[in-house]
Design a protein around this ligand. Structure first.
Ligand SMILES: [Zn+2]
Length: 113
């Protein structure tokens, strides 16, 4: 399961951060997930609780921030909102879009002790 691997890597990041910044407990993890990241937030939530057991983030609250996907339309020469990866431009219908936002998967904020 893809989401478990993501949780594993979050766990490793948090463990490394706790050593680097001297904290022992993570209370809250704020994750930013783009709609094009290919992640199921529910599966991620489930995996998170399981994977964080025994780590600095055991019992931490997981907050997921949805962000919007955007693309650059070469035809319109401007940024337009998109819903999915192969969407056409909502203004001109062109498929010559370059995704500029929506693929992110990153830790945006941490609340630690
Ligand atoms: Zn366009």
């Amino acid at each position: 399961m893809h989401e478990m691997a993501i949780c594993e890597s979050i766990r490793q990041t948090l463990q490394a951060q706790s050593k680097a910044h001297n904290f022992t407990r993570v209370k809250r993890v704020c994750l930013e997930i783009g709609p094009l990241a290919g992640v199921e937030p529910e599966a991620l939530r489930f995996g998170f609780d399981v994977v964080m057991r025994g780590s600095v983030a055991e019992g931490a609250q997981l907050e997921i921030i949805d962000c919007h996907a955007k693309a650059w339309c070469m035809n319109c020469a401007e940024t337009v909102p998109i819903q999915q990866r192969f969407d056409a431009c909502i203004k001109c219908g062109s498929h010559q879009l370059q995704i500029t936002a929506g693929e992110e998967l990153r830790i945006k904020e941490l609340e630690v002790n």
